[in-house]
Structures are given as structure tokens and as C-alpha cells.
Design a protein around this ligand. Sequence first.
Ligand code: F6P
Length: 326
Amino acid sequence: MKEIKTVGILTSGGDAPGMNACVRAVTRAAIYNGWKVMGIYRGYEGLINGEIKELTTESVSNTIQRGGTLLKTARSQAFMTPEGRKKAYDNVVKFGLDSLIIIGGNGSLAGAQDFANEYDISVIGLPGTIDNDLYGTDSTIGYDTALNTIVECVDKIRDTATSHDRIFFVEVMGRDAGFLAQNSAIASGAEAAIIPEDQTDKDQLEQFISRGFRKSKNSSIVIVSESQKDGGAMHYAERVRKEYPQYDVRVTILGHLQRGGTPSAYDRILASRLGYASIEALKEGQRNVMIGISDNEIVYVPINRAIKMNKPIDKELINILTVLSI
Ligand code: F6P
């Protein structure tokens, strides 16, 4: 087992609240163990371009509460090419990086896996994305904060929906997964959620309408996952306008405000636990694993499983929303 003296750390893909808390945890835990930490800026782009600087205990002071990522981030096209990864590896050698810790989502961990397949480099993935779509961990860094942000926004929209007797279609992020949509719908008392995991023969809008959505209420909120390729919230609003012209329909697309802001206490603790665990994992000789939390225990998941397996949504959540929204 190669002795570790220096670790590189980067954040990649969409920023997520709690990434800074995670960088802080990795940095401090590594320094505690006598290792050197190199911060790589703008994700894999910085690894390719050599935008790499040492991080000290002080560099991560006063960062646990900050959203975004101080290391900056990017979705690197160059790293998807063998030439880009070759340049990145040259910098791994030049800067003496014995291991790379990658905080990011599916695409970022897929890049880490390709890199580890091609070169003799140990990589550790930490799940950082608001989408919560990585298999093997109950939650990803940023998901809880984004969920709370959505709920706060929907609570506000509810005031207008109620005052005007309107139907609101609120579109939320999540890429191809419906975790944000389904759970924000439950937490905000929405009348329905339209998510990709609920695939039945019956169209989800029809199901909502056939439940008699106007029986006990004059206003409704439907959370629509952005994964809907047919035009999302706009599309569903148009359909209701055509089929039920008597209803006053509005659309809100929450967009990137879901990604920003101060991380929740839950995300800060999750990020701190995962960051700390990444250094412990390296000490144990682990490589090419994503570290997750399952049933409150730290788990090591082979990166290729974390990215390839579909994370299932608990179907009971669909029933819960249906029953509670009557
Ligand atoms: O993966 C996080 C995420 O916010 C997704 O929910 C969304 O589909 C995507 O990133 C948006 O990416 P960008 O900020 O590059 O437009």
C-alpha cells in the first residue's frame, strides 16, 4: 500500500450547499494526520490546468456556513477526453498527489472512475449534489438544504394560491430523479407531485385530476420534477388551461435559487462526517470508493456501483402524498 503524504481535493459539477463544510473537514482531518492538502480549483479543469494551491487550517476557517464552493466548480468537457485526463495525470505527478478526493454528483464520480481505470491513482468520491441521486447513500451533501429552500418557497406560493383560488405548477430541480419533488411536495402539503419514478399507464396529471382535486379545496399546488421531458410545469399548466379553462393557473420555476444559500445543520454534519471519513478510508487503504451514509453508518460503495445503479425512491412516499393531500 502506497504511503499517503499529500491529498488533492476538488469540487465538481453543480455546486451544492455543504461543499465548503466538506472541504473544511477533509482539510482539517488530513492535516491532523500530518498530511498535506492541495486544493484544486474549478474541478477537473483546475487539475488539467494546474490551478492547484496548498490548503491550510486557516484557508478553511469561517467556511462551514457558506453556500457554493470556495474551490469553485465546473463541468469539464476536457476531462471527458483521454487527452484531458493525460494532462490531469501529469499534474497529479507534478504536484505529488497520492490520492484525489472528489466532491460531486454522478458525472463527476463517473469522471473519477474513468481516471482511476486509466491511471494508477487512488480516488475517493464524496456525494455532493442537491439531486440526491447517488446510489448507496441515504442523502447527498446539499440535498437537505435544497429541500428546505423549496419548501420555504412553496409556503410563500401557497399564500397566493390560497388568496386567488389558483392552481400553481411549481417546477423543481433533480435532473432525472424525483427526490426533491416528491419530498418537497410532502413537506409543503402540496396536492400532487409529478416525478419520473411514478411510471404507470395513467398520466400523472390525469391521476391528480381524477382524484377530484377541487372537492375539498379551492387552490392546489403541484410540484413538477424538471425531469419531465415534455415541457415540465409549463406543459402541465397549458394542459389544464385547455381542458379546464375555468381554472386560474400559474407556473413558478424555482431554478438556481435551489442550489444556493447557507447549508442546513443536517448538511453541515453530513459533509463533516463524510469529509472526515474520507481520510479514515484512505488510512485503511480504501481506493475507488464513494463514501456514503446508510442507516446512519458510514459505508464504502464502489464508485461504479454508485453511478450505475439507480437509486430507488421509496414508493410509500407516493402513497403518503396521495392520502394526505385529499
Ligand atoms: O445536478 C444539480 C443540478 O442543479 C440539477 O438539478 C440540474 O438539472 C442541473 O444541475 C443544472 O445544471 P446547470 O447549473 O449546469 O444548469
